[in-house]
Design a protein around this ligand. Structure first.
Ligand SMILES: [Mg+2]
Length: 417
């Protein structure tokens, strides 16, 4: 079997409301590049890539000169063809490789008539549990709805998500407002849904590495009585994480400073992080994540599944990953419930009891809805990209690390998108 064509289509899919984070915001929508890899046997595999509000179409088209004629079963060779570790110093294509790996696995599953999880070692669970992913949100520019800024709004939003989707673990994305205010928010959330350390829901906080080490220690010590899954990326860098870990009594997690095998090895040799959040895109595919999970199993580090903002194709990769790794003891993260729609046949995946079923159809188990793809490709053409790392209401602010200039929780303006 040979690859004959690689197509890419940029789409933008609306969110319920703009999501705020430590470096800026998702401006009311996700921009994703949908990849289709076609073979001489007529099979088409699907991939997906993010890119911080920007299109990656041109890069995927450029990969045709490397990969037309390549056998999609030769996944390791593909890695060296387009993401050789020294050639990557000029062109880092880890996320491009990931999207193409998804598509090749999808092709192989269809050819062999098995779901991707069977190619990866077989499924250990048929559903993957997810955490509620709570963001501070600007109001939707059209409706004025969806704002999460005050403590009351946050707690109400969490209660609503729990009721609607059944989440029992809650992640709050912080790093937007001053840590003192976010501490109040996080404690109110835990107070509402389970401050008891032995019963009730569990919690995780992620300020996207925007604090100083001293700030991280102060915050960590102030939440030690909460039933924390972990404290995620309180500070940037393995050394800041290690210093924080010496003084804070809870596991630390990262999706930032352990995102490849070199960093994982460094973390094994001199541990700074307890839980590695595996992202099928950041690590270059589902298979590297399975490999990394094996290393974590050997050294008894925790693993969870990270979300970099997905539509249904990438969500499917997260589900297949979650299905096959034996040491997934935490709920996975997904931005998915903030989306209004998807580009896959049958509409959005459904949550039941905080879980999503792993698809059983051959390959990734998702197909493109051509009408939706066309609709959201048109929407991208009319709206264009957005600056993921910019706050729409603070044009003069730069997301310095560590940050000291926070957004104002009393600022109730609605940005126009
Ligand atoms: Mg994170």
């Amino acid at each position: 079997m040979k690859i004959t064509d690689i197509r890419a289509t940029t789409v933008t899919v609306p969110l319920e409301a703009p999501l705020r984070h430590a470096a800026g915001a998702h401006w009311g929508r996700f921009v994703r590049t949908i990849v289709e890899v076609e073979t001489d046997e007529g099979l088409v595999g699907l991939g997906e890539m993010g890119g911080g509000g920007e299109s990656a179409e041109a890069t995927f088209r450029a990969m045709k000169t490397y990969l037309v004629g390549h056998n999609p079963a030769n996944l390791e060779e593909m890695r060296f063809k387009i993401a050789n570790p020294t050639a990557s110093l000029y062109n880092n294509r880890t996320q491009i490789l990931a999207a193409l790996e998804f598509a090749c696995l999808d092709i192989l599953g269809q050819k062999w008539n098995v779901p991707v999880y069977e190619i990866l070692g077989g499924r250990l669970q048929s559903e993957v549990p997810f955490a509620s992913y709570l963001f501070f949100r600007y109001p939707d520019a059209k409706t004025g709805a969806g704002e999460v800024r005050t403590i009351e709004q946050l707690v109400g939003h969490a209660r609503e998500l729990k009721q609607r989707y059944g989440f029992t673990s809650h992640k709050l994305k912080g790093g937007v407002f001053a840590p003192e205010y976010e501490l109040e928010c996080f404690r109110a959330l835990a107070g509402e849904l389970g401050i008891d350390r032995t019963r009730g829901d569990s919690f995780r906080f992620d300020p996207n590495a925007s604090w100083s080490t001293e700030q991280a220690i102060w915050f960590g010590q102030a939440i030690e009585d909460i039933r924390n899954d972990y404290l995620e990326d309180p500070v940037f860098g393995l050394h800041g994480m290690r210093r924080t870990r010496e003084k804070v009594r809870m596991p630390l997690a990262t999706n930032t400073v352990v995102v490849n095998f070199e960093q994982l090895a460094a973390n094994v040799l001199d541990t700074a992080v307890d839980v590695i959040l595996l992202d099928t895109t950041f690590w270059g595919g589902i298979r590297p994540c399975v490999k990394a999970a094996g290393i974590c199993e050997t050294f008894q580090l925790g693993v969870a599944v990270h979300s970099s903002g997905e539509l249904g194709i990438q969500l499917a990769t997260m589900l297949h990953l979650g299905a096959v790794i034996p040491n997934l003891t935490f709920a996975a993260d997904a931005h998915y419930h903030h989306l209004r729609d998807d580009v896959i046949e049958g509409g959005k995946f459904e949550y039941r009891g905080g879980r999503i079923r792993v698809p059983d159809a051959p390959g990734l188990g998702v197909k493109l809805d051509r009408d939706k793809l066309a609709e959201y490709a048109e929407l991208y053409k009319s709206l264009g990209g957005y600056n993921y790392d910019k706050d729409p209401l603070r044009p003069d602010w730069t997301p310095i690390v560590p940050n000291t200039r926070w957004a104002d929780p009393d600022d109730a303006r609605t940005p126009s998108m």
